[in-house]
Design a protein around this ligand. Structure first.
Ligand code: AMP
Length: 572
């Protein structure tokens, strides 16, 4: 039996979700679908965005609706126009094989006449934002007095946005005997009170733990001097060349300013905030979805309901005023089973907030070092090498290549490499070569401890990384096992594609080198070397550094300074 069938989903719907590539149900789907299909009860489901909750309520509602009747039987309320459109789109896709079904989206900022026309044709399911539907109910365009199912999606967001009165009002037009399905990422008092007031003995289903963030997101923070926030943002971006991120600012002004600065500095960024027209916002979102924009700088309000998959990083350029908002921000990444990172750029004076957020998300937030210019250059060089290695050769451009060859025939292979890397890397290298250490030596736990940590610590380079299937936790385990150091004696573990860094105390230097240089991974010996930690401030181009290509070749000191001597401003 197919996996969705086991939950009780009918063949027509199973066929469409399988066409979408949904091989097996997500946790929220496994837990919620059987209940909704088999019981006529109210339900409160606590699930983050990105966990597959649209199908969790969408498949049952589609299965239960009578498509031969034109009556409105299902209402789905969502906080934003974006989410409303997304749900409508998803439901239409799931119901591809169901005949006679009409799902209509109703939301503000668009023609009410057009929406009314669609409603008049008979909409069995209406997906709506609160303000617009209330208006249409009052104008008697929409009649929800016979609905059987009412979904309150992202209920906490709707309440956050001040829709309590509208929700109450809308629900007063619905029949008492309907089923209400409430979905929320968090469970603040306001959501509990809605459940108490408007629902009948709701079953509670918790995905993960209450108010907790998703398991797929790791959390980290960087302590900065307030004046160096923007520089830190740039470093973190440059350290992650494939970043696809949402950057949250507190105010519209900051949002606009940061995005303008990023654009000036050559990044593909865009701003999303309330001072833009709906049309401008739609355009920005379209570019972001298509990945023409890699960094979306947004306010919390404007970013509500952004359901874009594959966001690699959420960056809290500033923390929100209400810490609960952090869960919504970080929930924008780590969707659909993917891994995501939520980054907090924080000043010393705000550090106490870290503890409160840890409590809220029931997860640890790791303090990380802001990467040094050297580390960023290594990453960017590696990225460039990977891009070249992965480039697909297209025979259609052969005629142009022969022309190109004529122009560069006089160059030796080494010269050609130097020049190519220069084109890609020089400006970039120039920017970072004398860059300073942006790290402040403070930790949220202990200022003194961290200062002494820093002074007495050394940083190591290892030629193993993500490509050898390590992440910071498994690498730390490997170091611990071999060196017999304790968890606290190994810190700032950073795992990159082909190599890694970690810190330990100076006194363990020889122990670490001797124990780890004997270790073999995939039949090759590990290379361990001292890295130039940011605090050492050696001259950049005199450093001895190793760059590992996918073929595990290390580049000699002489060659490397050649590499580092040329380049361009590679942003992504
Ligand atoms: P949602 O939380 O409903 O917005 O879903 C987040 C993402 O997960 C969307 O891109 C869905 O298409 C995708 N998705 C939902 N359910 C599944 C599933 N069972 N298998 C794979 N992807 C899914």
């Amino acid at each position: 039996m197919r996996k969705f069938q086991k939950l009780g989903v009918n063949d027509l719907l199973v066929k469409s979700v399988e066409n979408l590539g949904y091989d097996s149900p997500t946790e929220v789907q496994s837990k919620v679908i059987p209940i909704l299909l088999n019981k006529e009860s109210d339900i409160v489901a606590l699930a983050q965005t990105g966990t597959g909750k649209t199908a969790a309520f969408g498949l049952p509602i589609l299965q239960k609706i009578d498509s031969s009747s034109k009556n409105t039987q299902g209402l789905i309320l969502s906080p934003t126009r974006e989410l409303c459109l997304q749900i409508t789109e998803d439901l239409k896709t799931y119901s591809e094989f169901i005949k006679g079904l009409n799902i209509v989206a109703v939301y503000g900022g668009a023609s009410i006449t057009e929406q009314s026309k669609k409603i008049k044709k008979g909409a069995q399911i209406i997906v709506a934002t609160p303000g617009r539907i209330l208006d249409m109910i009052k104008r008697e365009i929409i009649n929800i007095s016979k609905i059987e199912y009412c979904v309150l999606d992202e209920a906490d967001e709707m309440l956050n946005m001040g829709f309590y009165e509208e929700m109450k009002n809308i629900l007063s037009f619905t029949p008492k005997d309907k089923s209400t399905w409430l979905f929320s990422a968090t469970m603040p008092k306001e959501v509990s009170s809605i459940a108490k007031k408007f629902m009948y003995e709701p079953l509670e289903v918790v995905i993960g733990s209450k108010n907790a963030g998703t398991k797929n997101v790791s959390h980290e923070y960087y302590i900065v001097n307030g004046r160096e926030r923007y520089q830190t943002l740039k470093r973190l971006t440059d350290f992650n060349p494939l970043i696809f991120s949402v950057i949250f600012c507190r105010t519209k002004r900051d949002t606009q300013k940061v995005s303008e600065k990023l654009i000036d500095d050559g990044y593909s960024a865009g701003a999303l905030h309330g001072d833009l027209s709906q049309n401008q916002r739609d355009l920005i979102m379209k570019s972001f979805r298509n990945k023409q924009i890699q960094m979306l700088v947004a306010t919390d309000v404007a970013a509500r309901g952004i359901d874009v998959d594959n966001i690699t990083h959420v960056i809290n350029y500033q923390l929100p005023d209400e810490i609960e908002t952090y869960t919504h921000r970080s929930g924008r990444t780590g969707r659909a089973g993917k891994i995501g990172v939520s980054i907090i750029i924080i000043t010393q004076s705000e550090l106490r907030k870290i503890k409160s957020i840890e409590k809220l998300i029931q997860n640890k937030i790791l303090q990380k070092n802001i990467p040094s210019g050297e580390e960023i250059c290594l990453i960017q060089l590696n990225h460039l090498a990977k891009k070249i290695n992965d480039a697909k050769v297209n025979s259609e451009i052969n005629p142009f290549i022969s022309e190109f060859k004529k122009e560069i025939n006089h160059l030796s292979k080494d010269e050609l490499i130097q020049k190519l890397v220069s084109v890609e890397f020089l400006r970039f290298h120039k920017y970072y070569k004398n860059s300073k250490d942006l790290n402040l030596s403070i930790s949220s736990n202990s200022l003194i401890e961290s200062k002494s940590n820093k002074k007495n610590s050394i940083r190591f380079f290892l030629n193993i990384g993500k490509k050898d299937d390590f992440n910071w936790m498994t690498l730390k385990d490997l170091i611990k096992e071999n060196s017999k150091l304790s968890n606290e004696e190994i810190f700032h573990v950073d795992v990159m594609e082909n190599f890694s860094f970690f810190n330990t105390y100076k006194k363990f230097k020889s122990k670490v080198i001797s124990s780890l240089s004997e270790v073999k991974i995939n039949n090759r010996k590990i290379k361990i070397e001292l890295s130039n930690s940011p605090s050492k401030k050696k001259k950049f181009d005199k450093k001895r550094i190793k760059i590992s290509s996918s073929k595990e070749k290390s580049v000699s000191k002489r060659k490397k300074s050649k590499y580092l001597g040329f380049g361009r401003k590679t942003k992504f």
